[in-house]
Design a protein around this ligand. Sequence first.
Ligand SMILES: [Ca+2]
Ligand SMILES: [Ca+2]
Length: 272
Amino acid sequence: MAGLFRKAAFALALGVGATTFAATQQVTEHFNSDPNWDKLGSQTYGFSNTDNTGNTVQPLDHPASATGAGEAGGAITRSATPAYYGFNTGNMPMSSTPLHADGVYNYVSGGGGLWLGWFNNTTTQLTSDSRNFVGILLDDGKNPYVTAGSAAGQDRERYMVGSPAAGLTLPTNTPIGFSIDWAPSVVGSNVTGPLTVKFGTDTYTNSVSVANDALDLNRFGLFQVGAAGSTVNAFIDDVTFTSVNSAPVPEPASLGLLSVGGLALIRRRRRA
Ligand SMILES: [Ca+2]
Ligand SMILES: [Ca+2]
């Protein structure tokens, strides 16, 4: 009975902890080898053993950390067929958890567009919409929009921010440091706060307000604009981002393989 009580108290403490403390951390990925991020669809973008981002330009908040070969990105083609390449962050506690990301980005060539930031692996509309997303829309790979949107059923909330009003155009085939910061707080039924995106020395901020119960973010990474169109070649490297999980979560299929492997091992041991 006492043991049961202790277990219940422990579970309660865990529950209270989950709501009191932001169970998040900063995860850094240099793509020195394939990190096995979650991948959906047959597009070729993902881990790439190339070095378009170089190692001279630094992530804005992590100086002297840029690495050489190994990055994420590739040929990202506008398509209505869902696809993404993202780290499984676990379910992000959204209400008042600050989100941060920074890294190095390089727009190499082409058009179309991509999204870079936090999204949901099943409910994000992988279209030209921004529902259930916090981060940057890179129109044609080089025109950044500071963006946050809530779940299906709400109109997208997309913000082109600040100064210059016409927006920033990133240089071509020139690595540039970036960062994303969102400092939300709960206001009524919404989450409201300044969302700031930086590219090099350019800073864009807008106050973003989305329904508190609508954002359900569980991936950080890249996906294409979801309507048929052209292909952009773009890459990220040396990224650091807010996450619940600290390491890649094996997909169910690999878990199955692991347990089959474990079973075989046990059988071998029993026979020996
Ligand atoms: Ca690099
Ligand atoms: Ca690298």
